[in-house]
Write a protein that binds this ligand. Structure first.
Ligand SMILES: Cc1cc2nc3c(=O)[nH]c(=O)nc-3n(C[C@H](O)[C@H](O)[C@H](O)COP(=O)(O)OP(=O)(O)OC[C@H]3O[C@@H](n4cnc5c(N)ncnc54)[C@H](O)[C@@H]3O)c2cc1C
Ligand SMILES: *[C@@H]1O[C@H](CO)[C@@H](O)[C@H](O)[C@H]1NC(C)=O
Ligand SMILES: *[C@@H]1O[C@H](CO)[C@@H](O)[C@H](O)[C@H]1NC(C)=O
Length: 514
């Protein structure tokens, strides 16, 4: 279908709906429709409802209209049709780790389609091609890959769900060499707003496939993703170097880290700079390859940071070569965090405008001054390296997927939890995290900042999330695709891609394209 035709069709579908085919909500019997589904359904009066509707981020309490547990794409479709016929918004839940509770709807009154019953994995071509249903978690994916000696780039926390992780990015320490998880995706199976189950790839429904890789939840429920896997690397070297010092030594080390990331770090080197409440700072990550090669590449940066750090406080050093599986286990966290109560923001810097030393100093001064005043919070700052010479993430042309960040150097995560990871979240925790972001924004570099949608931030203002997650061009293209595949916004939540209502109503967009 031509681009223009699809826009016109989207326009017509939208108009016909506005002009009178909308379901009279009063006559709708969602509960009856849901109760008739031949699989597990949890409604608010059920004793299981509290558990079924609990957010990973306990800061948030959200009341969905029901949680359903289909086990096939056809069963997912039946649930979507129940909700769409009643005008009830639908969201998918894979691992449930959305920072903003968006897999519970992000607000009260949504239907949650829990995908944990869709957990199949099928390999083709001796493991090179992996079809994996979206109820799987990253730990399940890693286990299945292990069985065929293959690997994928992804985050290291085993309970994180594949559904969200792969659709909004999927960053791991192998990503500078192998790309994001979404960059390995070659196909997906999607349940649409009208209940159809379709495949999407570069050949089939390519606009949908483009939108899924960066923004899946606005377009449908992905029941399966297909990836091209990589051979499991023979050895990997995880590492950690911890330093103690003050705001100025942390700024010096960070400045060297940024410079090294941009100019010297080879692609197999995955890197993170972090700071925690004891005000030690750490260079952390892994190198996909032997320890000897790792040290040759990385120790110059360590020596640079040692020049300004406090030598008397017992600098911790660790680097050890191991197999891929042992590496993944070493990163998993023991035990992995199963719940949290937190507020977080994400800021990504542009390769073309690295942070100035004065911005970095402002940021470190803020942490070293304000951090100790917030001892009741458990907080961290983690800075991942996305770019630099030879980065596979940035090698992907900007418009190939709806994931927009192909020119980023660093991704900051600014994060504070309540002290015991349980509610309530202390009220001044918001200002503390916002202050971190303001300190980073103190320089002119901030005009080019973006934000990572997998660290979704429900408090970003409307104009900000549109521009920071997507940017103008990709955002506008997404709204057009939304109009075609989900004109009535059946898939709906805060920060959803809306159909281009106003423009379409006036027919302006169609005329412009003509
Ligand atoms: C402890 C922890 C560690 C993390 N580590 C990393 C990391 O190393 N690297 C990184 O990149 N990110 C990391 N993240 C962020 C993580 O990638 C996101 O939170 C991700 O979106 C979670 O996916 P999920 O399926 O568990 O979440 P969910 O809450 O189930 O889903 C997230 C969003 O995607 C939608 N969605 C989920 N599945 C589907 C589907 N099949 N079809 C349509 N929409 C769907 C949901 O509706 C929701 O809007 C981490 C998060 C946590 C909590
Ligand atoms: C989608 O692709 C799979 C194989 O990859 C196939 O089995 C299935 O029939 C396809 N579905 C549709 C609707 O074309
Ligand atoms: C940080 O520590 C160094 C070395 O100990 C010292 O020279 C410097 O004055 C300190 N800076 C601040 C801001 O405290």
């Amino acid at each position: 279908m031509s681009h223009l035709l699809s826009i016109v069709l989207g326009f017509l579908t939208y108009s016909s709906n506005v002009l009178g085919s909308q379901t009279p909500l009063g006559s709708c019997t969602l509960d009856a429709c849901l109760t008739n589904l031949p699989y597990r359904v949890v409604l608010p009066d059920s004793p299981n409802y509290a558990l079924a509707s609990r957010a990973y981020n306990r800061r948030l309490t959200i009341h969905p209209i029901g949680v359903v547990y289909p086990t096939t794409p056809a069963e997912v479709s039946a649930a979507v049709l129940c909700a769409s016929s009643c005008g009830t918004p639908v969201v998918a839940r894979s691992g449930g780790h959305s920072y903003a509770g968006y897999s519970l709807g992000g607000q009260d009154g949504s239907l949650v389609v829990d995908l944990s019953g869709l957990n199949g994995v099928v390999f083709e071509s001796e493991g090179e091609i992996m079809h994996v249903q979206t109820g799987n978690r990253l730990g399940d994916v890693a286990n299945a890959l292990k069985g065929v000696g293959r690997a994928l780039p992804h985050g290291t926390c085993p309970p994180v769900g594949l559904g969200g992780h792969a659709a909004f990015g999927g960053f791991g320490f192998a990503s500078r060499e192998w790309g994001l998880l979404l960059d390995r995706m070659i196909g997906a199976e999607i349940v649409l707003a009208d209940g159809r189950v379709v495949n999407a790839s570069l050949e089939e429904n390519p606009d949908l496939f483009w939108a899924i890789r960066g923004s899946v939840s606005s377009f449908g429920i992905a029941t399966s993703y297909t990836f091209v896997t990589l051979p499991e690397p023979p050895v990997t070297t995880p590492y950690s170097y911890v330093f103690a010092g003050n705001a100025s030594s942390a700024a010096q080390c960070f400045f060297a880290f940024q410079e090294f990331s941009a100019t010297s770090a080879p692609p197999p080197l995955g890197m993170q700079f972090s700071i925690i409440p004891d005000l030690t700072y750490e260079l952390f990550g892994s190198y996909t390859g032997p320890k000897e090669d790792f040290e040759a590449a990385f120790l110059p940066l360590v020596r640079e940071c040692e020049k300004t750090s406090d030598q008397h406080s017992g600098t911790h050093e660790f680097a050890q070569e191991m197999g891929w599986e042992a590496y993944l286990v070493s990163q998993a966290g023991t035990p992995p965090r199963v719940a949290d109560c937190f507020y977080a923001k994400s800021l990504m810097t542009a390769e073309s405008t690295p942070l100035s030393l004065s911005t970095i100093e402002n940021f470190m001064n803020y942490l070293y001054t304000e951090g100790p005043k917030h001892g009741h919070l458990s907080w961290f700052v983690e800075v991942d390296v996305y770019g630099g010479v030879g980065s596979a993430i940035n090698a992907v042309p900007k418009l190939d997927t709806s994931f927009t960040h192909r020119d980023r150097l660093l991704g900051f995560q600014l994060y504070a939890s309540s002290g015991n990871l349980r509610p309530p979240f202390p009220e001044n925790g918001y200002a503390f995290v916002d202050g971190m972001a303001e300190a980073l924004r103190s320089g002119s570099e901030s005009a080019s900042f973006g934000s990572y949608a997998n660290y979704v931030d429900p408090l970003l203002k409307e104009q900000d999330w549109k521009m920071m997650y997507y940017g103008k061009e990709i955002y506008e293209r997404l709204t057009t695709i939304k109009a075609k595949w989900d004109p009535d916004a059946v898939f709906n939540f805060p920060q959803v891609i809306p159909p281009p209502l106003e423009a379409e109503k006036e027919g302006r967009r169609v005329v412009d394209e003509l």
